[in-house]
Write a new protein. Structure first.
Length: 171
């Protein structure tokens, strides 16, 4: 018995390419302090590049790292930038770089700190503690409110039923 020739056997095997590890997601609170400091330096280097490249030096203030909301937005932008520019090309992502730039511009208003724009850092406002009994009020809401206890009903149920009937109509 002869084994049929497979044309692919005639070609040399492609070199094995080690896959780059996918950039991992950054969750600041889940990092130990040493890793947090290393990652913050990494982010700071990238933020300096971002401020210069996209002329955001008047938008992203020098004290950005002292504002947790800005840190989270910049972290998301950096993680997305890394996946876009250093990750594997994924099908359907032909405009990934343009999408990332659009995302950057959409987040620019969230990066602005008007109170710190003059170059003097202003601490974020202190957190207001919840009023006494807030936990009990929340639990009561979960148990008793119409929004949490109403039976399920899809707002488009009638339209979905009409389409289903149309598809299953006798011929």
């Amino acid at each position: 018995m002869t084994i049929p020739l497979n044309p692919a056997d005639l070609w040399p095997a492609p070199p094995t390419t080690a896959r780059q590890p996918e950039p991992h997601r950054w969750v600041w609170a889940a990092m130990d302090p040493a890793e947090r400091r290393i990652r913050m330096r990494e982010l700071a280097t990238w933020v300096d590049w971002l401020r210069t490249t996209f002329e955001l030096h008047n938008t992203v203030t020098h004290c950005w790292y002292r504002h947790s909301a800005v840190v989270e937005h910049l972290t998301a932008l950096y993680a997305g930038w890394t996946r876009t520019y250093a990750g594997d090309e994924a099908p359907g992502r032909e405009l990934a770089e343009a999408d990332w730039i659009n995302t950057l511009h959409a987040l620019v208003p969230r990066l602005q700190l008007p109170a710190c724009a003059t170059g003097t850092h202003q601490e974020p406002p202190p957190r207001i503690p919840p009023p006494q009994g807030a936990d009990k009020a929340f639990d009561r809401y979960l148990k008793l409110s119409d929004a949490m206890t109403a039976p399920p009903a899809h707002p488009a149920a009638a339209e979905l039923a009409r389409r289903e009937a149309e598809l299953n109509a006798p011929l």
